[in-house]
Design a protein around this ligand. Structure first.
Ligand code: THU
Length: 140
């Protein structure tokens, strides 16, 4: 799948964001190695701390449906309104959650806006250098 198409799916997912507190809407589109796409949006809560970011919504949907092999995620975010003007990097918690399931040297994090020219692609390793993951638990 073209990464531009994955960004478009993330923009669709963003429309479902539940953000009565921050008014900041985020959408994610997670691509599995089999070519399936899971969408996610951020979901806030009156108690504030239970917020679930868009990326984690997508990951948790996929894992709960039995998919654990991923190749890329597209993320878009911005203040309420339909147009996303700036890229939205994933928070540290989401970087860590993604790292649980992927090879950080292979997995692509795609940051987009409504303008395809803004698209930036990073390996997860660039965004989470020396990240702690399942392999670290096996080291004595
Ligand atoms: N948010 C995400 O959904 N993903 C990120 O990686 C950054 C932050 C959400 C959480 C909260 O609902 C809103 O954006 C403002 O922080």
């Amino acid at each position: 799948m073209e990464y531009k198409e994955l960004v478009d799916i993330a923009l669709e997912a963003r429309k479902m964001a539940y953000v009565p507190y921050s008014h900041f809407k985020v959408g994610a589109a997670l691509l599995t190695k089999n070519g399936k796409v899971y969408k996610g949006c951020n979901i806030e809560n009156a108690a504030y701390s239970p917020v679930n970011c868009a990326e984690r919504t997508a990951i948790f949907k996929a894992v709960s449906e039995g998919d654990k092999e991923f190749s890329a995620i597209a993320i878009v975010g911005g203040s309420e309104g339909d147009t996303v003007l700036s890229i939205c990097p994933p928070c540290g918690v989401c970087r860590q959650v993604i790292n649980e399931f992927v090879d950080a040297d292979e997995f692509d994090v795609i940051l987009g806006t409504n303008n395809p020219k803004d698209m930036k692609v990073f390996k997860l390793r660039e965004l989470l250098p020396l990240g702690f993951g399942p392999k670290n638990l096996k080291v004595k």
